[in-house]
Ligand binder design. Structure first.
Ligand code: 4AD
Ligand code: MG
Length: 461
């Protein structure tokens, strides 16, 4: 049996010949003598029309099949030059492979994304989510291809970790301790020596620190996997479980880092536009008008650059009524990020050299001793999509920063050793994979680009 994609990609090969396909009924209508079914097998975005008539011995059964029933069809592919699709199948035989009940929730009407979230097990069958998850898969492939073609080594960094990569304390604890009977030490704290690992461990917030260790052995590496954050932010951009792409390169500075990020973003966009044409057309028509032209523009233009300090000046001078007051030293909020990328640069922009106090301990201290060699990539519609930096390679400065931030040097002993043994300048960044998918599709909520999203108070599936 053929994948329906094969027919759409090469109809000439099958015209006027008998073909066999299988799939699920998307729409169905019939009169006394003739029926029309639109079928989809998930290999191609567009439905294929099946025409059947009372010559079928099971005509009555087929015509009554509820939407989403699975069928196998044998028939001839014929040209239909005047119809919206240039071909259809005239069925000779239709077999039922799986009945659907009449209360199938995805009937042919528009459903809200909120409602579809409550049926995450069925929503990949809808047009929007079918397109989103195809794009998600292709984008993941594009990322691997981009890095592999450039000889980056893919490192599988651990999911369960003993260190806090961001030093922000937003971690989910991993434990096998009996919560009804938690062992306490003399100080009355949880006694993690009794835990499976003999110490407190957490789900990783980032694979960066381990990626750095490998960059200092392989020069160019990347990790791409799930990360977890117990941030209590119930926003359309934050998930508790999300995927991150984190390249790390030795002998590289902040400019090399931004160049890599820009090349990677353009590559992913181009790859998805080339390989998901139907899906991108759909997003362009139904989700975000003008999306395809905009993405096309981005691939063919240079990303903007501005320092944090200059961005703050622009925000202070703007007439915008920001909810969160602007002054040097604040962490940029989504409203500020969007203003800079949407109103000032009208496209992707790197903001660099943030105040050290709002950034992680590992970022390289600039000569002014007030800012660090950080870069965030901000994009219209989403805000921060990438966060990265040149890393602090000077052992003494790094130790001082760790102490300043009230962290324990002991917890980072191996990370500090990397600076002792041939620690060279190096840099890297993290791309939020879901935010990249939002940017590529125009979807507005992170819950709608993750197959089974985990967010605050939500892990039904
Ligand atoms: O800016 P972040 O926190 O940077 C890091 O984790 C670095 N260790 C990366 C590195 O340099 N290797 O996170 C990177 C990106 C953000 O820009 C954002 O796109 C995404 O990860 N991100 C989230 N995406 C969804 N939900 C969340 N809760 C996210 N937190 C960060
Ligand atoms: Mg960040």
């Amino acid at each position: 049996r053929l994948d329906i994609k094969e027919i759409f990609e090469n109809p000439e090969k099958f015209l006027n010949k008998e073909v066999e396909i299988e799939g699920w009924i998307r729409t169905s209508r019939s009169s006394k003598k003739i029926g029309f079914i639109e079928i989809n097998d998930g290999t191609f975005f567009t439905n294929l029309q099946i025409v059947f008539d009372e010559k079928l011995e099971n005509f009555k059964e087929i015509e009554k099949l509820p939407i989403s029933s699975a069928i196998a069809v044998k028939g001839v592919l014929v040209e239909t030059p005047k119809a919206k699709q240039p071909f259809e199948i005239h069925a000779k035989d239709i077999k039922v492979e799986g009945y659907s009940h009449n209360d199938y929730p995805l009937q042919k009407k528009r459903h809200s994304f909120e409602y579809l979230r409550t049926i995450a097990h069925l929503r990949p069958r809808s047009n929007t989510f079918n397109a989103v998850f195809r794009v998600r898969s292709l984008a993941a492939h594009a990322i691997h291809k981009f890095f592999q073609d450039r000889d980056f080594v893919y490192v599988h960094t651990p999911i369960i970790t003993g260190s806090d990569a961001e030093g922000a304390g937003e971690m989910f604890c991993v434990t096998d301790l009996d919560l009804a009977n938690v062992p306490l030490n003399e100080k009355g704290e949880v006694d993690f020596t009794k835990d499976f690992f003999g110490k407190e461990t957490n789900l990783t917030v980032s694979g960066q620190l381990e990626a750095e260790a490998f960059a200092l052995a392989f020069k160019k590496v990347y990790t791409f996997g799930p990360t977890f954050r117990a941030e209590n932010s119930n926003t359309p951009r934050h998930a508790a479980e999300f995927w991150m792409v984190e390249p790390e390169i030795a002998f590289a500075d902040l400019n090399d880092n931004m160049k890599l990020a820009e090349d990677m973003m353009k590559y992913i966009i181009q790859y998805v536009m080339d390989n998901a044409k139907e899906e991108m057309k759909f997003f362009n028509s139904f989700i975000d008008k003008g999306l395809v032209d905009r993405l096309d523009n981005i691939v063919n233009s240079e990303f903007g650059h501005i320092t944090y300090t200059d961005a703050i000046k622009i925000l202070e001078d703007s007439k915008e009524d920001f909810q969160y007051p602007v002054k040097w030293g604040i962490d940029l909020q989504t409203e500020h990020e969007r203003y800079i990328s949407e109103k000032i640069f009208k496209g992707p922009v790197f903001v660099t050299d943030y105040p050290k106090d709002i950034k992680a301990f590992y970022m390289r201290l600039n000569d002014d001793e007030k800012t660090v060699a950080a870069m965030d990539l901000l994009v219209p519609g989403v805000g921060e999509i990438i966060g990265g930096s040149q890393r602090e390679e000077r052992l003494d400065v790094l130790e001082r920063r760790i102490e300043e931030m009230g962290m324990d040097k002991k917890d980072y002993w191996w990370y500090l050793e990397l600076r002792k043994y041939g620690g060279t300048k190096h840099a890297g960044f993290g791309l939020g994979f879901e935010r990249a998918i939002m940017y590529l599709t125009g979807m507005k909520n992170i819950r709608d680009v993750i197959p089974f999203p985990r967010t605050v108070k939500s892990a039904e599936f």
